[in-house]
Ligand binder design. Structure first.
Ligand code: ZN
Length: 151
């Protein structure tokens, strides 16, 4: 399994060094949500533009460790352009992968195997419980932003 670990490590490093969708959104008006992980010092700010029930655009700024930064980048890639229903599904799947999911509500359908494939790179984090909050921080922050979208 060393090869798979290497591949996962490469994906995480790539997203850390070359974060996707990084930056801010000034206009059109975006939902902005901030998250903080005091255990590690990770800070994340998520900008989301919702249109036609989809995440039309997403940008992420902040600072933190390689796990939180790469998780944010992988997340932005996985949810951009996706309908909110699908985003919530990916969110739930990710939380289950991290072992922090809510109670099971049946097996979700796998709509985009490619994106979940790269997200799987973060699976190894589960072995390091103190880092789980680093990986879930961007997702919890996105979740809070989306919750405001449906107000
Ligand atoms: Zn961290």
């Amino acid at each position: 399994m060393a090869d798979l670990d290497d591949l996962y490590r490469e994906i995480i490093l790539d997203h850390y060094k070359n974060p996707r969708n990084s930056g801010t959104i000034e206009s059109p008006p975006a939902l902005v949500e901030e998250g903080f992980n005091p255990l590690c010092g990770d800070e994340v700010k998520v900008y989301v533009v919702v249109g036609d029930g989809r995440i039309a655009d997403i940008r992420i700024s902040g600072q933190g460790c390689s796990i939180s930064r790469s998780s944010a980048s992988l997340m932005s890639q996985a949810v951009k352009g996706k309908p909110l229903s699908e985003v919530l599904e990916v969110l739930a799947r990710f939380r289950r992968m991290m072992g922090v999911g809510e109670e099971e509500q049946g097996e979700p359908e796998v709509a985009d195997v490619h994106n979940l494939g790269e997200l799987a790179a973060l699976q190894g984090v589960v072995k390091f419980p103190v880092r789980i909050k680093c990986a879930t921080l961007p997702w919890n922050t996105l979740s809070a932003a989306i919750a405001r979208a449906s107000d």
